[in-house]
Design a binder for this molecule. Structure first.
Ligand SMILES: Cc1cc2nc3c(=O)[nH]c(=O)nc-3n(C[C@H](O)[C@H](O)[C@H](O)COP(=O)(O)OP(=O)(O)OC[C@H]3O[C@@H](n4cnc5c(N)ncnc54)[C@H](O)[C@@H]3O)c2cc1C
Ligand code: SF4
Length: 325
């Protein structure tokens, strides 16, 4: 049974400043970019803003710019435009691979970079119709009091499942955020919090404006496991960036999505610098991933499958990047 969309109004600002002002003026309003996440959630009664602030008419958000310091990708750039950008594909391979693996072609022409970074967290007890959720007394993340995944706890474990974030994290990306106090720039890693109910470190009315990537990225790659190969969120998604010094590791960064309530950079990979990429090192990477991921029973695949799959993807990516160098 599908419910009809509740009534709402739309504001159509032409600048970032106007968008932030509109959102601040109407508590409870939401930004909408491609709408491929938000409108689905509104349809399910999960979210019910009475005003949507539409970002699609803001030209300054929709550019990819390159200069000597690197690449700036506007939050309104579509996933399809990102996936087909030749400069991105040649230098930021993990990012192009992640973009190409998001949803289906019809979604990608609407979906945006900003919407992907600010995607709501997901759980099989949450991404359901109103009647399904009401029949199960809702849950802690939305209108209920108990988490069905971890009933003894007081925290939501819904998983962040955006594909772009891990790819951006391995390059050390930064994000520009506009809000009531003007604009600020933070490392992308600081945008996220390990809490499925409030996973974004954004104040009321704050808008993600752009992502910055450094000019000389290390070689990188991204892979994900999903239920349906043609269209699906990651059960686990891994990005890796590796430089070699001779046959040894120069630097290694690994980032993950789909397993925790936030995308995150794997801690402790700096100890691999100077070591050859052999079975021992790959086993250590496997252990590190398995220790730091925290998959819970939030998808139709088991938590343990996602833990083991994440570790296997990390090992495989490091092997592939080594062979390619
Ligand atoms: C069938 C299906 C399959 C999907 N598969 C995948 C997948 O494989 N991988 C994946 O990553 N995603 C997937 N998605 C989710 C979604 O399509 C993408 O994540 C998309 O990039 C979201 O972007 P959007 O512009 O449509 O976001 P919207 O729906 O417009 O917005 C999403 C959220 O971000 C907020 N927001 C949007 N822009 C900004 C901004 N600039 N600043 C602050 N907040 C903002 C909105 O308020 C909203 O809360 C799928 C969706 C569907 C329906
Ligand atoms: S993890 Fe728990 S609180 Fe969070 S969405 Fe799932 S059931 Fe709800």
């Amino acid at each position: 049974m599908s419910a009809s969309l509740a009534e709402f109004r739309i504001a159509q600002p032409n600048t970032v400043k106007e968008a932030v002002a509109a959102c601040l003026k109407h508590p409870g309003s939401r930004y909408v970019a491609g709408g491929t996440d938000l409108i689905v959630n509104m349809r399910r009664g999960i979210s019910g803003p009475d005003l949507l602030v539409d970002l699609s008419g803001i030209d300054e958000l929709s550019e990819i710019k390159t200069d000597g310091r690197g690449v700036t990708i506007g939050a309104g750039v579509t996933i399809a435009a990102l996936a087909r950008d030749k400069a991105i594909a040649s230098r930021y391979r993990a990012l192009a691979q992640a973009a190409a693996a998001i949803a289906g072609p019809g979604h990608r022409v609407m979906a945006t970079v900003g919407g992907n970074l600010c995607l709501d967290t997901r759980c099989i007890y949450y991404n359901q119709s109103e009647w399904w959720r009401s029949a199960n007394a809702y849950c802690l993340k939305n209108r209920g009091t108990v988490c069905h995944v971890a009933p003894q706890g007081q925290r939501c474990h819904a998983a962040f499942s955006g594909d772009l974030a891990p790819a951006l994290l391995v390059y050390g990306a930064e994000v520009d955020i506009a809000g009531a106090q003007g604009q600020r720039r933070i490392p992308l890693s600081e945008l996220y919090v390990e809490d499925g109910k409030a996973h974004l470190a954004l104040a009321a009315g704050e808008l993600v404006v752009a992502v910055h990537l450094p000019a000389a990225p290390p070689p990188s790659a991204y892979e994900k496991v999903r239920v349906r190969g043609a269209i699906d969120f990651p059960l686990a998604g891994v990005a890796a960036a590796l430089t070699l010094s001779g046959t040894n590791v120069g630097s290694l960064r690994i980032a993950l999505t789909g397993t925790n309530s936030r995308p995150f950079l794997l801690a402790g990979t700096e100890v691999f610098a100077g070591r050859p990429v052999d079975d021992k090192l790959l086993q250590e990477i496997d252990r590190l991933v398995q220790k730091q991921v925290q998959p819970m029973r939030t998808t139709i695949a088991s938590a343990n499958y996602r833990r083991v799959a994440a570790a296997a993807l990390a090992r495989r990516l490091v092997s592939k990047l080594t062979a390619r160098e």
